[in-house]
Write a protein that binds this ligand. Structure first.
Ligand code: PAF
Length: 282
């Protein structure tokens, strides 16, 4: 396993692999890797001859009052995590390598980024799509791996890959959870012991929503109400959003039909956590 910091080095290594006819998978991450990231790396290692993992806390996807400075970082830990999961190369650039002076070109998206996290984080997806397209151009992978935990991000990346003709297969990977149901996230480290316990309300509320859909409920409003009722019983939780949208376009739907994303964002203390499930009609 190798680690490099410059675009030039990644390009040279990938070029050699390509010359030998090897396929390449890319797992973009912001580091502080957990089992969720490792499941993406392992999947890429299964499906490709070589796997590149980018570890880069991307400044342009954080809003002015968000947690850019506080975001957890531990490259030594990440190197071990990549190695164990079967990755071959870490790309760990400095912000100045990715954003040279006078950087003024961005990838912007509409529709899929209007609601959910896009509504309260207005520049977030522009930052995500810009860095992901840069990584796609730097690594030029055959496949790239994204977790369903960030479902709106996944739908948005699928869309810009289609719209802008990137010749890359986007491989979605399921949410990885702790034994008690909490979705794995680097931000879980912000939670105190009491908040960690309170955070279980996210997966519990989604289970309640899922159960009523399984029993035949098809009104999005009713499902939202069931989820909100559970969330509002937890004193440490403050709801940011509970939404039911079609998973392809991320637009609201009144009726639960086709492929639907049920997504929530909830503050537990000062930490904003997201979680979701996708429901597919038989
Ligand atoms: O999902 C993430 O960790 C980030 O948004 C990504 C895709 C690595 C871009 O910085």
């Amino acid at each position: 396993m190798q680690i490099v910091k410059t675009i030039k080095e990644v390009r040279a290594i990938v070029k050699e692999w390509r010359r030998s006819g090897l396929t390449v998978g890319l797992v973009p991450t912001m580091g502080y890797l957990h089992e969720g990231h490792q499941s993406l790396i392992a999947k890429s290692a299964q499906q490709n001859d070589r796997t590149v993992v980018s570890v880069f806390v991307n400044p342009i996807q954080f809003g002015p009052n968000e947690d850019l400075e506080a975001y957890p970082r531990d490259i030594e830990h990440d190197m071990k995590a990549v190695e164990t999961a079967g990755g071959d190369l870490i790309f760990h650039p400095e912000p100045s390598e990715m954003y040279p002076p006078h950087f003024t070109s961005f990838v912007d998206t509409t529709e899929t980024t209007e609601l959910l996290c896009g509504a309260c984080r207005p520049t977030h997806f522009r930052g995500v799509c810009t860095v992901v397209s840069k990584l796609f151009n730097i690594v030029q992978p055959d496949r790239a791996y994204f977790g369903q935990k960030d479902a709106q991000q996944l739908a948005t990346i699928r869309r810009f890959v289609r719209d802008l003709d990137f010749d890359i297969e986007i491989v979605p990977c399921p949410i990885v959870r702790e034994d008690d149901g909490l979705a794995k996230s680097s931000r879980n480290t912000y939670l105190s012991k009491e908040e960690r316990q309170a955070a279980l309300v996210l997966s519990r509320s989604l289970k309640a929503g899922h159960d009523v859909i399984e029993k035949g409920e098809r009104s999005a409003d009713n499902v939202i109400k069931v989820i909100r009722d559970v969330l509002e019983k937890e004193p440490l939780a403050r709801v940011d959003y509970v939404e039911v949208v079609d998973f392809c376009n991320i637009q609201r739907t009144e009726t639960i039909t086709g492929e639907v994303l049920v997504a929530i964002a909830v503050y537990i203390g000062k930490t904003r956590l997201i979680d979701n499930f996708i429901w597919r009609e038989e």
